[in-house]
Design a protein around this ligand. Sequence first.
Ligand SMILES: Cc1cc2nc3c(=O)[nH]c(=O)nc-3n(C[C@H](O)[C@H](O)[C@H](O)COP(=O)(O)O)c2cc1C
Length: 329
Amino acid sequence: MKLGTLSLENNLILAPLLDITTSPYRRFCRKLNKVGLVSVPMLYTKRIEKNPRSIEQYLHKIEEERPVSIQLIGSNGLALKKSIDFLSSYKFDILDINAGCPSKRAIRAKEGGYLLKDLDLLNSILNIAVKYSSQPVSLKIRTGFTHNDNLREIIQTLKNSGISYLIIHGRSIQAKFNGSMLNLDAIKEIKNSLNIPIIGNGDIDNPIFAKEFLDYTNVDALMIGRGSMGNPEIFKQVDEFLTNSKLVKFENNLHKWKDFGNIYESCIDDYLKDNPNLLYCAEEYKFRELKRNMIWLTKGINDSVNIRVKIARTKNLYDLKEKLAEIYV
Ligand SMILES: Cc1cc2nc3c(=O)[nH]c(=O)nc-3n(C[C@H](O)[C@H](O)[C@H](O)COP(=O)(O)O)c2cc1C
């Protein structure tokens, strides 16, 4: 599909999930499925302004993940401009601006989801991003701050903003993540009101709902986040259902889990290879990354509770690998 000037393999996008959709995670999803676009979770412009080197680890070999978007969060114009300058040495495809983060920290700092309450600020941030970025700019929002009561104003603000596409999670900022039903009508309204591609997002964890979401809102593409945790093949399932009406269920077992483990490990190794930023903590990084994911990947396996407990107790990489070898069949 075409997303602005980008050509994507399909209309499915891996959402940015801070500390979850890491580089190994994104590589892993891509190894198992076609994923049109993957997203680097939010990077704070204030942090980049103060200490750009501290975020280099998140962008190591980013060019291997293309098409890929990088997301910035912040509301200070100068910090945003400096961040864009810093990113210019990397090869990526989209600069995404976060106007949807509901965390207390973001709201206090007047960034992320706060921008939906202060549309002049949102406008000025978008102006800077569009003016200085050499990549196309996208925006990730929710349906409004409190409800979707200022959706019309949000739409007006975005009309001539110069963004290439919009991602919308169908909840308000105050609804956080599970606080309310997804508002597909608001997404539909956005889709009918703007002349740019719209990406719909929220609660997509199975192919049937993915199709309902798409049919109801008519969005151009779907973004999937939590639905991929423990089910990395969700992209394949949704794609099959959308293109061939074939319903493939996610089935898991110990053999498959072992394969997942080996593939995930190779993705971590690819990312760590020649990574100067993690040279002295590569083993610890690998341990945490593999442990967290192997626990999620037990979803659907018989006796998964026992396996999770055993893995959760491991204290280092050696310990973890020994435990995995014991459990693997
Ligand atoms: C743990 C976690 C971290 C997240 N981090 C980000 C982030 O860095 N940037 C962002 O735009 N959204 C972030 N989100 C929101 C997701 O991208 C997505 O909009 C939301 O989870 C709804 O989609 P889903 O139901 O498919 O997960 C995060 C969500 C979760 C649960």
